[in-house]
Design a protein around this ligand. Structure first.
Ligand code: CO
Length: 170
């Protein structure tokens, strides 16, 4: 299986809101399989469709990469509630290589999503899984983790981000 090619910071598709999926067909199932394969090859814990150039509400997450059972394929995910309690954790992103930084997010969430057959699911998540899901749902709305860093950290990474945008840093 050929790996999908990753979009890097500066690519416009990363800033677009993904379209809602309405057709749950074989093409979608194949695309999800390719996303899972790409996530594994790239050693990520999550991957959103815009990161492979497809502006759709599709993401895959696996907060325990060595465990096949924790793999979740999420179509049209919506975060319906978040905990008041927040936590800070260092994040990175396959689309922003070489940059990591602390992001504050709610520690627990509840989401609604559909699977590749269109069946609806409700999921409560906390800890790393909650964080990964929020990171991927951000991608589906054109938001990157670097947008959520402290002002000081944003200043520090600005030259690196600029080098991605003008192509010199790839
Ligand atoms: Co990411």
């Amino acid at each position: 299986m050929e790996s999908l090619s990753l979009q890097i910071y500066g690519s416009k598709v990363l800033r677009m809101k993904g379209a809602t999926v309405e057709e749950f067909d074989g093409e979608l199932a194949d695309f999800l399989d390719r996303m899972v394969g790409t996530m594994i090859i790239e050693e990520g814990v999550g991957l959103a469709a815009p990161q492979v150039g497809v502006s759709k509400q599709v993401a895959v997450v696996n907060s325990e990469p060595e465990n096949e059972k924790t793999l979740i394929k999420m179509i049209n995910p919506i975060i319906v509630s978040t905990s008041d309690e927040t936590g800070s954790f260092e994040e990175g992103c396959l689309s922003v290589p070489g940059i990591r930084g602390n992001v504050i997010r709610p520690v627990a969430i509840e989401i609604h999503y559909q699977d590749e057959t269109g069946e609806k699911h409700e999921l409560k998540a906390e800890g790393l899984l909650a964080r990964v899901i929020q990171h991927e749902v951000d991608h589906l709305n054109g938001v990157l983790f670097v947008d959520r860093l402290s002002i000081a950290k944003k200043m520090l990474i600005k030259p690196k981000l600029r080098s991605f945008s003008d192509g010199s840093g790839r």
